[in-house]
Design a protein around this ligand. Sequence first.
Ligand code: FAD
Length: 301
Amino acid sequence: TREDRHPQGKRRLGISFEFFPPKSEEMEGQLWTTIEELAGWNPDFVSVTYGAGGSTKAPTLTTVRRLIAETSLPTAAHITCVGATREEVRHVAEEFIAAGVRRFVALRGDPQGGVGAAYAPHPGGFANAAELVAGLKEIGDFDISVSAYPEKHPESPDVPADIDMLKRKADNGAARALTQFFFDNDVFERYLERVRAAGVTIPVVPGIMLIQNLTQLKRFASLCGASIPAFLDERFAGLDDQPQARAEVAAEVAAEQIEDLVRRGITDFHLYTMNRAPLVSAVLKQLGLGRDGEARSGAAA
Ligand code: FAD
């Protein structure tokens, strides 16, 4: 975690940005515009997600390669073990490593039938993310992030089972956990207390979702086991046809959530950017974070 002070007297919090690999040329243009804009916030690292069932290995690799070649942003590759043997996962990891990757976000991945389908480990594969962390650590001493679920993973019988998996991931060498998004900070704080009581000492970094569209988010959230508190309906009420006002509310909501977590002692945040910069920048501006343009004007031209 960096110091709370910036040379210009501005506050610094630890931040990371999550991107997904683009699915079209247009989306690719959008992603690189976003990266250029967000690089100026000098994130601790950025990460690129990995598609279900390995379907986006190539786009993830392409995006990661370009980040490493053309920017100075520390870049983490997400990697999953769903639907693959240990050898296949190791091969994918080695391709990332050959591209210069030294950071991973290690995940089990969603079942190949899609979120909500039953998960069956591949025979000869890693059974869960804890085994994957151990497998990566056998290859090299990488910086590995893992997932955490303040409202529990939908497949977990209960929160203790979830925390037990987190502990196994930490014991196997994970450096930090990035959480599924949540909007109720009390839930997060209670979860963190239980995590610490279970002897897990790694940082648990809140994943902050920026609300581009509440209706869409609700559909997605129920699949991830994340709840959408009623106060969000109130905040966004009547704004369906007012994108500008919606964006302002979204930035306020995220900034308020982060401010409140900072008051509770949290210093690092992982932002789900959805590959769009304006809302992220609006939130970070509201928080009074300093841009570090000189030190890292960053993304390639
Ligand atoms: P694990 O940590 O292995 O397990 C999740 C939970 O399931 C555990 O709490 C455990 O209690 C339970 N569980 C696991 N195995 C078993 C078992 N055999 N029996 C009973 N219970 C079990 N998905 C992608 O496809 N690509 C990505 O890039 C991606 N990035 C993500 C980034 C973050 C920060 C987060 C929070 C999630 C991400 N996901 C991604 C989603 C993730 O792959 C899914 O949530 C998946 O269903 C679980 O993966 P995991 O690594 O959290 O699993």
